[in-house]
Design a protein around this ligand. Structure first.
Ligand code: USQ
Length: 390
């Protein structure tokens, strides 16, 4: 069961698992499409409706993906989906995943935490009630750890304090209401593993880039979404679109912000590896899911160089940072557990950057340049509903 199977990572994962012979159901309330309508945003790539996506997949491959449209915060809906599909594994992508969205105003902050925390709680209750053996594969985020001045471990750290030693959850220092929602989820999941014997894997994923996977490239109607706006667009994908339309690359502040990154083709691989090698009953595992670390400045340099090769004149501009985050910091995060399970990373080589840039150029007429600059400020956030004007 892929919850959030209509979104960026979820759609690619649902198709990948279906292609690999798994019986797949998508559970999704389609709210990601509603956010676009409400905020006047759109994917760079045209995307088909979920029904047409699934029909096209069936006509191309003969494989059926079941669809349950509804909200997992509604426990009755989720119960019916569980009873009808009887999942062995649940992959949970079904959360509001944008940090800027969660910082627009009070109501978006509350929505994000309610939607994410209650949705995950319901999934935990559904597993306990209907499918005790079911393995939960939950998308967490590297942002749960923040940017501490020591190495980041995979979920746990062994500490000696006043002569005694214990292995404890790694300290969490999230820096948006969205990232905090994932911290709260992790605590709830860890507790239910202990209390109810649930088996769970928390995938602390880094920033994803790219768009095509083997399956989504098979047909236009299987195309994945590609966000480039200031709310849902993530760093490298945004920079590629900016380069394609001749907009200076928007480095926030000093640009020393360093994060773990991965290709979307590795997202789908990692999820499959977690499913094939499930956690044991009662086990709460944490994997750091990224393949390489980059600072924002490093990404901008790579895109400038790749752009020059394609004859694009790419400039970089530091814009005032709309977020509250360290702009120069130590960053060294472990990420060996998925490699030990057999992950074969697609590293960010010139070839991928070329093809991403070409992809952005191909769709550049669809770019609304008014959506590029960031317009959500961490500091100016207020209780007043922020309405969007045209
Ligand atoms: O135009 C831009 C966009 C971003 N940044 C900077 O790039 C870094 C990453 O920002 P992002 O928007 O690419 O990613 P983020 O907000 O962290 O969120 C994304 O990446 C997270 C993983 S992580 O960053 O927490 O490891 C996931 O959890 C989220 O769902 C996903 O939207 C930040 O320091 C941000 O200030 C820029 O300098 N310029």
């Amino acid at each position: 069961m892929v919850i959030g199977g209509d979104g960026y990572c979820g759609w690619a994962t649902a198709l990948h698992l279906s292609n690999k012979g798994y019986e797949v159901a998508i559970v999704d309330n389609l709210v990601r499409r509603l956010f676009d309508h409400q905020l006047g945003l759109d994917s760079l790539t045209p995307i088909a409706s979920i029904q047409n996506r699934i029909r096209r997949w069936k006509s191309l491959t003969g494989k059926t993906i079941q669809l349950y449209v509804g909200d997992i915060c509604d426990f009755e809906f989720l119960s019916e989906a569980f009873k009808s599909f009887e999942p062995d594994s649940v992959v949970h992508f079904g959360e509001q995943r944008s940090a800027p969205y969660s910082m627009i105003d009070r109501s978006r902050a509350v929505f994000t935490q309610h939607n994410n925390v209650i949705g995950t709680l319901n999934v935990l209750f559904a597993i306990k009630e209907f499918s005790e053996e079911c393995h939960l594969v939950k998308l967490g985020t590297m942002g749960e750890y923040g940017t501490p001045n020591i190495d980041i471990e995979e979920g746990f750290i062994t500490i000696t304090h006043n002569g005694r030693t214990d292995t404890l959850p790694y300290p969490k220092q999230a820096s948006s209401f969205y990232h905090l929602s994932k911290v709260h989820d992790s605590h709830n999941i860890a507790f239910t593993c202990k209390a109810w014997g649930i088996r769970a894997t928390d995938l602390n994923q880094g920033v994803v880039y790219g768009v095509r996977t083997d399956e989504t490239a098979m047909h236009g109607e299987l195309s994945n979404r590609f966000d480039y706006d200031g709310i849902f667009g993530t760093a490298l994908n945004r920079f590629c679109v900016q380069a394609a339309v001749g907009h200076p690359l928007t480095v926030y502040g000093k640009g020393g912000q360093t994060r773990g990154y991965l290709d979307i083709r590795d997202t789908v691989q990692c999820v499959e590896l977690a499913i094939v090698n499930p956690a044991k009953p009662g086990e709460f595992r944490v994997f750091n899911q990224f393949t390489e670390q980059f600072s924002v400045n490093e990404l901008a340099k790579l895109v400038m160089a790749a752009g020059a090769k394609l004859g694009l004149e790419v400039q970089t501009k530091s814009v005032p940072n709309p977020r509250v985050e360290a702009e120069e910091h130590y960053y060294n995060a472990k990420h060996t557990k998925l490699m030990e399970l057999g992950l074969e990373p697609h590293l960010l080589l010139d070839s991928l950057l070329d093809s991403l840039l070409n992809f952005a150029v191909q769709y550049k007429d669809r770019v609304d340049t008014a959506q590029i600059m960031p317009n959500v400020s961490w500091k100016k956030m207020s209780t007043k509903p922020k309405t969007v004007s045209v």
